[in-house]
Write a protein that binds this ligand. Structure first.
Ligand code: HEM
Length: 435
């Protein structure tokens, strides 16, 4: 077999379960994820022995059936990271610590405790009125577009897709309008700027704590107030940490879903021919992105509860399994049949929202789609002649194996005149609460 720059040869250092693991980190590894997955599949089958940053051993689950099996069986593959048998190898400043460092949040809860937490989150989010949410999202998108529509050019990632979700979530949380810009900046710093990340995270935590205390005194029609009143009887600390999880879980995936869909519609003739055409093509593009350039391409993960076999590999109790959602979606064993050639839109059996007890909880996928669809529709309505401003092959994906999103999406369009700017219903931005 030939090797490629996207995927190095199997590495020498030891993996307790396999003599020739592959390093899953380094500058080239995320450059062409599809080629990487194909090569790992060819080399090892549906479950690959890998070394994460710093040569920490793990299993990378690539097969659709295997991802389905792991996520469907929480008694065999559980979520509490304290089960890990490799903790003694992991330094405190490990770059992947944000994904594996235990916190008392819904993410690492299991069984009845997980159902109590996830059920309350689902109920609190589900109470949001979808029409009001759509109107709010339209107003947020219009306001962002007003900020650049006079220029005739924009970067649709920095100036648009990366901004929308947090602004919607902040309103769902009942945060005062004046606090939102600082929150947006802190969340950006906590994700992107290493030296600012810790302080930014502390400020976000403090802001959520203040918010929960304020809502306990003066409840409103918002997510924190509903969590406080929920029969699950959540403590203040539980609510604060789960609000942080919801914020982080929504922000990047939805932002990248919007950005990846706009990219597809702008670079692919099947969509650009019908940019103004229609809602139908937006549905198709949103779904196609979830199959082919899904926002959460890989996810850490699950930990084996017992010794077992998975895809011909011997897994030991406490081993870490990385879920390869993007690889599962394009698994050649399943893909041709799972995506009907006649009607690819109809098939939503991708793994992009995870699966099983810890999959993206109802109504996360629905709210994510509402925000993503509205954002794409508003942009195409407002800028009907929008076109990509660079050669499509020069667009750069962020070099992450975990999230799939572009650095930038430069576009140009006919500049709007001042009187094309929209005026808003000020109530949408001045009310403290979103029903
Ligand atoms: C408003 C939008 C969203 C909200 C509020 C939300 C919320 C959440 C929460 C709370 C979790 C943790 C679940 C648990 O551990 O029990 C989660 C997991 C997850 N979400 Fe979402 N999410 C949203 C949108 C999305 C989108 C757009 C995607 C990808 C397209 C996505 C993909 C995932 C994945 C892959 C997981 C992990 C699944 C697993 O472990 O099996 N989410 N989400």
């Amino acid at each position: 077999m030939t090797s490629s720059t996207t995927s190095p040869e199997p590495a020498a250092p030891a993996h307790p379960g396999h003599p020739r693991p592959t390093r899953l980190y380094g500058p080239a590894i995320a450059r062409d994820p599809d080629a990487l997955y194909a090569e790992l599949r060819h080399r090892y089958g549906p479950v690959a022995p890998v070394l994460l940053d710093g040569d920490i051993p793990a299993w990378f689950v690539l097969g659709y059936r295997e991802v389905n099996h792991v996520t469907s069986n929480p008694r065999l593959f559980a979520r509490d990271c304290r089960r890990w048998n490799a903790w003694d190898l992991v330094p405190d400043d490990w770059p992947l610590m944000p994904y594996v460092g235990w916190t008392p949040s819904v993410m690492f809860a299991e069984g009845p405790e997980h159902r109590r937490r996830a059920g309350a989150i689902g109920d609190a989010l589900d109470a949001a009125d979808r029409t009001e949410l759509t109107n709010l999202c339209v107003a947020i998108c219009d306001r962002l577009i007003d900020g650049f529509s006079g220029n005739g050019e924009a970067d649709l990632i920095a100036e648009y897709s990366a901004q929308i979700t947090l602004q919607v979530m902040a309103r769902l949380f009942g945060l005062p309008e004046a606090d939102i810009p600082a929150l947006v900046q802190d969340v950006a710093d906590s994700l992107d700027v290493a030296e600012k990340a810790v302080a930014a995270h502390q400020r976000i935590h403090a802001r959520m704590q203040d918010l929960v205390r304020t809502k306990a005194r003066r409840p409103g029609l918002d997510v924190p107030s509903r969590l406080i009143a929920h029969p699950a009887g959540l403590s203040e600390d539980e609510i604060v940490i789960d609000l942080l999880v919801v914020l982080a879980a929504a922000q990047q995936p939805v932002g990248n879903w919007i950005g990846n869909t706009l990219r597809l519609m702008l670079v692919d003739d099947r969509f650009s021919m019908s940019l103004q055409g229609g809602r139908g093509s937006i549905t198709q593009a949103l779904n196609e992105v979830l199959w082919e350039t899904t926002p959460t391409q890989n996810f850490i993960g699950r930990w084996a509860v017992h010794d077992c076999m998975l895809g011909e590999q011997r897994i030991r109790r406490g081993d870490l399994l990385v879920l390869g959602f993007a690889a599962a979606n394009t698994d050649p064993q399943v893909c041709p049949r799972s995506r009907s050639a006649q009607n690819p839109d109809a098939n939503r059996a991708h793994m992009s929202f995870g699966h099983g007890e810890h999959g993206c909880p109802f109504p996360g996928p629905e709210l994510g789609e509402l925000i993503a669809r509205t954002s794409v529709e508003v942009l195409l309505d407002r800028l009907p002649d929008v076109e990509i401003a660079v050669r499509p092959e020069t667009l750069e994906w962020r070099p992450s194996l975990w999230m799939r999103g572009l650095f930038a999406l430069p576009v140009r369009f006919s500049p709007a005149a001042d009187d094309d700017l929209l005026s808003y219903d000020p109530d949408l931005f001045e009310e403290d609460e979103l029903d």
